[in-house]
Design a protein around this ligand. Structure first.
Ligand code: AMP
Length: 450
């Protein structure tokens, strides 16, 4: 096993760039993937972000491409999101400082004019999201005949985001003879399927067990009854500004994210916090991420989609203000801290309705998340009526999902209230005819059951 980057057959230009990037030893995925990739094998890497997977495929790719050649791309790297695409392109730029290679980054959400102009100048590598790549291909801006390397990063997320037909379309338009790489944090049925369509006799490399959080991340769970108490807990934790110096706060919706942002903004001032979610323009998002990366701001509030592929080192803490409902996102979220050889803390707040997802996450990661008591000086607020109702309804829905016969306490209560209201207004419910009787039920006269 290679223990230093010098042990790989990489050229001096690349080794110099690696040294300048401050990488002293290869991570596990790099140790395992670089040699087979240099040998021309197809590789399937099961590795989450934070393991150094990007450099694991970028370094051998650069070594193979070496220098600019012709007009048409020789490598295509597909990413599910623009944030991840940007991160990959950054790695390429970093390691090709002393190489003469041209990379074009293609993603949607902004006009294609500049991207078209860049393509017209000729390139060696394209890093792209599938939709924009296909659009520009169909517009005649990309010639795929010289493609020799195809990389699919975060294949699990590609499948989650419904890119499967786009991927198949890409596979139809690239040359048959090529080297293929697929990376995925988890190994779902769909990923297995796309790997089968895509890779030829791959070398499979798994660096940690399926969906296991990086060992460098310590995890904590707080049981918190409601949103206001979550804010109080946040406030308590953030008093320790030395420890909590660079924090990402994940929220499940843009509404919650805006709420948390509003609170932090009032408390710590706008110079200390930014928020990124789908409603924020591309430029605002990039500016916020850069401000966070450079250490200009202390807090970044984010939703899962916006934070996908976010590569920031030295994040001291990831706070899951809400438990992610797409449970795989838990692994992605906490992968933002404890990157490569650094240590990090992931703290999750769960209300009673979220316990359901905590259990599922624990099954997925095959470990239980240590529970911490709420600190004494965190004021526990009373749960407001609306929030109580929402939580009760969610718990009911979860029970129904697991047991379709379950009718649910919430459902019954609501039904009784409706019945009382209806009776007050003088309406008498008709007896519902048995299903087999063939009697047509009248529309609009029955109670809705949910
Ligand atoms: P990735 O898993 O590719 O998203 O990488 C996670 C982070 O680890 C990035 O910030 C990389 O720059 C960093 N990294 C990757 N490989 C190494 C290495 N061998 N030594 C130090 N840091 C690394």
């Amino acid at each position: 096993m290679q223990v230093s980057f010098e042990d790989f057959k990489l050229n001096k230009q690349i080794l110099d760039a690696i040294a300048e990037a401050g990488y002293t030893e290869p991570t596990e995925i790099q140790q395992k993937a670089i040699t087979p990739l240099l040998a021309g094998q197809d590789v399937m890497g099961i590795a989450q972000t934070g393991t150094g997977k990007t450099a694991a495929f970028v370094l051998p790719l650069l070594m193979k491409l070496k220098y600019a050649q012709g007009m048409d791309p020789r490598a295509l790297i597909l990413s599910p999101t623009r944030e991840l695409a940007m991160q990959i392109e950054e790695h390429i730029r970093l390691f090709s400082t002393y190489l003469d290679l041209r990379t074009v980054l293609l993603y949607g959400g902004l006009g294609p004019k500049t991207q078209k102009e860049q393509l017209e100048k000729g390139c060696d590598i394209i890093v792209a999201t599938p939709g924009r790549f296909l659009d520009l291909y169909l517009d005649g801006y990309i010639n795929t005949k010289s493609l020799k390397f195809l990389v699919m990063d975060e294949a699990d997320k590609m499948m989650d985001m419904g890119f499967i037909s786009k991927i198949h379309r890409v596979l139809e338009i690239v040359p048959r003879k090529r080297q293929n790489l697929l990376f995925s944090a988890t190994m779902s049925e769909l990923v297995r399927k796309i790997a089968g369509d895509f890779l030829a006799f791959p070398t499979v490399i798994e660096v940690t067990e399926q969906a296991t959080p990086a060992k460098t991340v310590s995890q904590t769970l707080y049981r918190v009854p409601n949103l206001k108490t979550k804010i109080n807990l946040l406030q308590h934790l953030f008093k320790d500004d030395e420890a909590f110096h660079r924090v990402i706060v994940f929220c499940k919706t843009k509404e919650v994210a805006d709420n948390v942002f509003g609170y932090l903004d009032r408390k710590y001032g706008e110079d200390n916090v930014r928020v990124i979610h789908a409603n924020k323009g591309q430029n605002t998002r990039i500016n916020s991420i850069n401000a966070f990366k450079s250490g200009e701001i202390r807090f970044l509030v984010a939703t899962d989609v916006a934070a996908r592929g976010l590569d920031v080192s030295n994040v001291s803490h990831v706070i899951n203000f809400d438990v992610p409902i797409v449970i795989e996102d838990y692994v992605h979220r906490i992968g933002r801290t404890g990157r490569a050889f650094n240590k990090g803390d992931a703290i999750t707040f769960a209300n009673p309705a979220e316990e359901y997802y905590v259990e599922k996450i624990e099954k997925l990661i095959r470990q239980s998340i240590p529970v911490a008591e709420l600190p004494e000086d965190v004021f526990v607020e009373k749960t407001p009526f609306d929030e109580r109702q929402t939580i009760a309804r969610e718990i009911d829905n979860q029970k129904k999902k697991d047991n379709p016969d379950f009718k649910g306490a919430f459902h019954e209560k609501k039904f009784i209230i409706k019945q009382k209201e209806a009776l007050k207004s003088g309406y008498k419910p008709k007896k519902t005819a048995p299903k087999s009787s063939g009697v047509k039920k009248k529309k609009g006269k029955k109670f809705k059951n949910s």
